[in-house]
Design a protein around this ligand. Structure first.
Ligand code: CU
Length: 143
């Protein structure tokens, strides 16, 4: 009986310890002309877990390359800078939107128009340095 109790306890512990992903909402990929070589996607990522995380990158099977970018103004010009990692502490939110943070998708292997969906995977790192990949489908929208 003691052994059974122990087994149940360790089972419960492993369930509690399972990695919990942040909540990704408002996913969308902005429709672009068919000739566009770069597309931007946006999301609101809410870390409503008790674990401090970092967003360390993205990849998308339908694109040659994906990076997290931030649009910034330098001497009156808008420029984009890659964000190698973004802090996402417990109870915090990353808001991506036009003119700010976005997922930059380069070298598209397919054409995307409004109504389509694109798979984009976000890579998080926990405090132990372990990476966790969240697979998301982004609807393509005109605006
Ligand atoms: Cu960009």
């Amino acid at each position: 009986m003691k052994i059974l109790t122990y087994m149940l306890l360790s089972l419960t512990t492993s369930i509690v310890m399972a990695f919990e992903f942040p909540k990704a909402d408002n996913l969308w990929l902005r429709e672009a002309p068919p000739t566009a070589r770069m597309l931007a996607a946006y999301a609101t990522i809410e870390n409503n877990t008790s674990e401090d995380l970092r967003l360390v990158g993205a990849y998308a099977p339908d694109f040659g390359m994906a990076e997290i970018h931030k649009t910034i103004e330098v001497n009156g010009l808008l420029k984009m800078r890659e964000q190698k990692e973004l802090a996402l502490p417990a109870e915090s939110t990353i808001v991506m939107q036009p003119g700010g943070l976005h997922i930059m998708l380069m070298m598209p292997k397919a054409k995307f128009k409004a109504g389509d969906e694109a798979r984009i995977c976000l890579i998080y790192q926990d405090t132990k340095g372990k990476e966790h990949v969240q697979h998301l489908d982004f609807p393509v929208k005109k605006q």
